[in-house]
Design a protein around this ligand. Structure first.
Ligand code: CP
Length: 327
């Protein structure tokens, strides 16, 4: 076991070296194999992790809770609306106190221009690792599970076209953290990343600058298009998913004129036919079925969404195993 990562925060994979991410992937694959074989993995016996949620979750909460149990530890689910945070308790006090009670603090706070600052504030005062369960900018647990899934499905990553494609949705104004984390991570692994979105849905300029630097170092590439068809064309992997126009319009309203004018940004069988025959369809879930994607695609033979969601368990366990103190 690589002990160098003990105590390391997991707020963005940008703070993890390529070698550290490779260790994370190797640990995830090892834990997945052991889970399938029924081999016990009590690396975090009697350890406690606090899971602070400012928002709803299905996958993140349950992969972390099931994961820590399988590692021999225990999670406290904390709905922050029931904590003293609602009476103004600051991150310093919350982090300092929970640090004394347990072995890691995980938090989801996606409020625009607040979430990432809140997580970094926790990290400043915590004496145990802070694990992001998604903020306004990053969703590292999703990105690492996605990378694991892509490795499983297509093998060699270098020079493979992967398209992250904006899609229409009305369910809620989704954070930019999933596409942002994916663009930054996949460009570190030599992939040819295409980011496709209608005008108005850009990611921050610094993200694209970093992605270009990553691609230059890894031998991959990154490009932006406003043409859906170009993104699907010959892709090995497509990830059509909605995100909000936070960068150009920080209003919380879900539906606006811009959104409604882009209803045609939907993943259909027709679009999928433009990609390679063996293309895989991915989505972090929950999907806005009928808007982001046709049922026949998400339930069809190109879709790997349940394998992708399963890998949230194995990667979450790897993050906890590597960063928490253990035996
Ligand atoms: N993909 C994801 O983070 O799912 P949840 O919002 O259900 O945790």
């Amino acid at each position: 076991m690589n002990d160098n990562l003990k105590g390391k925060h997991f707020i963005t994979l940008q703070d993890w070296t390529k070698e550290e991410i490779d260790t994370l992937l190797e640990t995830s694959f090892d834990l997945k194999k052991k889970f399938a074989s029924g081999i016990e993995t009590e690396y975090l016996k009697n350890q406690t992790i606090f899971l602070m949620f400012f928002e709803q979750s299905t996958r993140t909460r349950n992969s972390m809770e099931a994961g820590i149990t399988q590692l021999g530890g225990h999670a406290h689910f904390l709905d922050t609306s029931t904590m003293q945070i609602t009476h103004g308790e600051i991150a310093k006090d919350t982090a300092s106190i929970l640090s004394r009670y347990g072995h890691a603090i995980a938090c989801r706070n996606c409020f625009w221009e607040i979430g990432n600052n809140y997580l970094n504030d926790l990290a400043k005062w915590s004496t145990v690792p802070i694990i992001s369960m998604q903020c306004d900018l990053y969703h590292p647990l999703q990105a690492i599970a996605d990378l694991m899934t892509i490795k499983e499905k297509i093998g060699v990553l270098e020079k493979k076209k992967i398209s992250i494609i904006w899609a229409y949705a009305t369910s809620h104004k989704k954070p930019i953290s999933v596409p942002l984390s994916q663009v930054l991570l996949f460009t570190r692994f030599g992939m040819d990343v295409t980011l496709a979105y209608p005008e108005g849905y850009k990611l921050p300029d610094w993200v694209m600058d970093n992605a270009r630097e990553n691609a230059e170092k890894s031998g991959g590439s990154v490009s932006i298009t406003h043409d859906q068809d170009e993104a699907y064309q010959d892709a090995y992997v497509v990830i059509p998913k909605n995100w909000g126009n936070w960068v150009t319009n920080p209003d919380k309203d879900v539906v606006d004129e811009l959104l409604e004018s882009n209803k045609n940004w939907k993943c259909t069988e027709e679009k999928m036919a433009l990609a390679r025959k063996d293309v895989i369809y991915m989505h972090a879930l929950p999907a806005d079925r009928g808007n982001e994607v046709e049922d026949s695609v998400i339930d069809g033979h190109h879709s790997v969404v349940y394998d992708e969601a399963e890998n949230r368990l194995h990667t979450a366990k790897a993050v906890m195993t590597l960063t928490m103190q253990g035996k």
